[in-house]
Design a protein around this ligand. Structure first.
Ligand code: HH2
Length: 262
């Protein structure tokens, strides 16, 4: 899954793809590089990001979704607002990627009504507050329980079970240690459901590199992201959400070949 952030303030590429034509070119490029899904978002979810109202979010994402879906790409819409999801699906998006795990009942209803695919992600609290002292007794089992619970709620409301993937939400209400524990325990997250994981360029990678006296800006973290992609694939992840699609595909294919050898 390649990332197209149509935002001013995304943590690694804010402003680069805010112009719709640039965003469309970028999405097509990611598909050419081999992305199976292009994830289009119009609101940053980084801690402390500025909230965007639904009208502004739609103005940003809809022309991009329309063009990319029109070109035959599988498009997911990265939003937690049901009205944005509904309009994006009407423009041809096929998957709702909701970082709140379909918390809004209207979002579950939209997903069920449309037959769209759904990414259910775990987040403790919300983007404004999530990094204020996140706490768990056992992060892997609590996140897995949460995702199982959201899966049950979604399917009870009519979302088709085979349309759902779950995501531990790396960096969303987690400390550095929580992120490492979740990646180490990734094979215990899905409980039989497909798992998506998003580590790309995130702050915990910066911290690992910093410890090794290798300070980095987010865009310098694609090799580190590749390491997480390889390990995630080895632990059974089905989808990896990344900025650098070419590097991630090489890492994923290599890990996959080694794992399948046995
Ligand atoms: N991470 C981000 C955004 N959306 N969706 C899923 N399912 N999983 C993730 O881990 C995830 C996500 C944050 O990354 P990015 O889009 O690059 O940054 P920003 O939220 O600042 O736009």
């Amino acid at each position: 899954m390649g990332i197209v952030n149509v935002t001013h303030d995304s943590f690694s590429d804010g402003g680069r793809w805010i112009d719709p034509d640039a965003a469309i070119r970028h999405g097509l490029h990611l598909a050419d590089l081999g992305a199976d899904i292009v994830d289009v978002g119009g609101e940053s979810t980084r801690p402390g990001a500025f909230p965007v109202d639904a009208g502004e979010e739609m103005d940003r994402v809809l022309p991009v979704v329309r063009a990319l879906a029109g070109a035959g790409l599988v498009v997911s819409i990265d939003t937690s607002k049901p009205e944005v999801a509904a309009s994006a699906l009407a423009e041809g998006a096929e998957i709702i990627n909701d970082v709140t795990g379909l918390r809004d009942p209207e979002m579950v209803a939209e997903c069920a009504r449309s037959g769209a695919g759904a990414v259910l992600m775990h987040m403790q609290a919300d983007p404004r507050t999530m990094q204020i002292d996140p706490a768990y007794d056992d992060v892997v089992s609590e996140v897995a329980d949460f995702l199982q619970d959201r899966f049950r709620t979604a399917t009870a409301a009519g979302v088709t079970s085979s349309h759902i993937v779950v995501d531990p939400g790396i960096g969303f209400g987690k400390t550095f240690d929580h992120n490492l524990a979740l990646l180490d325990g990734l094979d215990r997250i899905g409980r039989g459901r497909p798992v998506l994981v998003g580590t790309s360029r995130k702050a915990f990678l910066g911290r690992i590199l910093e410890r090794a006296e290798q300070p980095s800006s987010p865009a310098d973290r694609d090799a580190a992201t590749g390491a997480t992609v390889a390990l995630a694939v080895a632990k059974g992840a089905s989808i990896v959400r990344v900025h650098d699609v070419a590097a991630a595909i090489s890492a994923a294919r290599t890990a996959d070949a080694i794992v399948r050898f046995h």
